[in-house]
Design a protein around this ligand. Sequence first.
Ligand code: 13P
Ligand code: SF4
Length: 333
Amino acid sequence: MNSVKNLNIDKLGFIDLDVDPSLDLVAEIQRMRKEKNAVILAHFYQEGEIQDIADYVGDSLGLSQQAAATNAEIILFAGVHFMAETAKILAPDKKVLIPDLQAGCSLADSCPPEEFAAFKKKYPGHTVISYVNTTAEIKAMTDIICTSTNALQIVQSLPEEEKIIFAPDRNLGNYIQSVTGRKMVIWDGACHVHEEFSLERILELKKDNPDAQIIAHPECEKPILIVADHIGSTTSLLNYSIKNPGMKFIVATESGILHQMRKESPHKTFIPAPPKDSTCACNDCRYMKLISLKKIYNTLKYELPEITLEQKLMDRARGSIVRMLEISESLRL
Ligand code: 13P
Ligand code: SF4
């Protein structure tokens, strides 16, 4: 393995070394991946060129399932920190790399462990269901993890009388509550990307494109979900856009998913839903977009930055994720 001298990864979050501009980064990444028996897992919100070099591209559930099942020695996670952390918890003997340690998540940040522990104490006897977009500390305080693909089924798998705390996304929690009719105690967290969509501008777009369907991720605010023709996880939105005979879609989730939608249905039109602030591209996740091909190259080369977690914390957090995987498997999700 190459060594990196005099480099403070903790401060930078990534390997800040220049790469020879004549290098074919894609070819080099492929070569090192084979040499090192590494697998590259990428979320749908990554840049298109990163999705195209990944061994697997998917949503949070699919990525966890892949991490739990891989035979590779190294997992390189092209995604955000909580995803790589989940992979490490599920595959503690593997080396899990993330190209930028600062690729966090505003939703995970909206649920600090100490505050959540105090919140949990206020509701004894409740089963805690937490979205996968949380830190390992929150997962350790959780009974069952869920993703947007299986949240509905996981809540429905519990007996009617079971009291539930749902954390940390208030929009997903309220959506699940409205579909299931179950009353849950919901943590007041949210994602900066999904709360930035403008209902007014989406409706203007719809007026100009009356044949377009609005498809939205359940992390969006209620007014957006009310006008949506379809609500679902990134995989669900992608599948809907493939199977539905409609030719035009206004897509209310992070813009990275449009890459797969256009690849799958090149004859259809996909319009990213606009954010409230017309001067910024807030429907890009600033954390997801910290990952680049150059950082992936350096990360594979130097095998840094690596996700490290205390064994005890991993052991406390694993049960809630495994329970999600077991329920998902029994439901064939
Ligand atoms: P899914 O891809 O599981 O729908 O999650 C979206 C998300 O917010 C990931 O950060
Ligand atoms: Fe977190 Fe939102 Fe980015 Fe997903 S899109 S990683 S929930 S900040």
